[in-house]
Design a protein around this ligand. Structure first.
Ligand code: ZN
Length: 167
């Protein structure tokens, strides 16, 4: 699955009020302008190609909605999902199924250990290092953008850098 990272959404410069897809209450032009590395709302699931629905995240969290902007794109086939940038219809990254969520979580823990140990908690320096270590652009070097295999690889390079043998 190839996901293209685009620049700021041209709707941020619209002169008229934006249409919000249901069930979103609104889409804010100012909020769109804040998203510098944008990917399009998914038309098909990033994991399995199945149909995607824009919905409240209460469908994921046992009937309780969560957060100030409680919406997700969710696959009706494999249940992969992704949250949205606040006040927009733009996904935070690529959709993740259960295995991808678990792989990202594990890798992020390694990344945070490395950020503390080698970069004095400087996250942007740590992300710049990680992008280089993975050979990818900084704009897509974010855990929300990682598919399962990329997340595993990210954890691996962090552990290697930390000098751990647990790879
Ligand atoms: Zn799916």
């Amino acid at each position: 699955m190839i996901v293209t990272v685009l620049g700021v959404d041209p709707r941020s410069r619209s002169k008229t009020k934006l249409q919000a897809p249901a069930p979103l209450p609104h889409v804010s032009r100012r909020a769109l302008a804040r998203v510098r590395d944008r990917i399009e709302p998914p038309k098909a699931c990033h994991c399995c190609g199945g149909p995607v629905k824009l919905t409240n995240n209460s469908e994921i969290y046992n009937g309780h909605s969560f957060g100030d902007w409680p919406f997700v794109y969710r696959c009706t086939q494999c249940q992969a999902y992704v949250g949205l940038h606040p006040d927009t219809d733009l996904p935070l990254g690529i959709m993740a199924d259960r295995a991808t969520v678990a792989a990202r979580k594990e890798a992020k823990a390694d990344f945070q250990r490395l950020t503390a140990a080698r970069f004095g908690y400087d996250r942007s320096a740590a992300y710049a290092w990680l992008a280089q270590a993975l050979g990818i652009a900084k704009s897509i070097c974010h855990f929300a953008m990682f598919a399962e295999a990329q997340a595993r690889r990210a954890g691996e390079v962090c552990r290697l850098e930390l000098g751990s043998r647990r790879v």
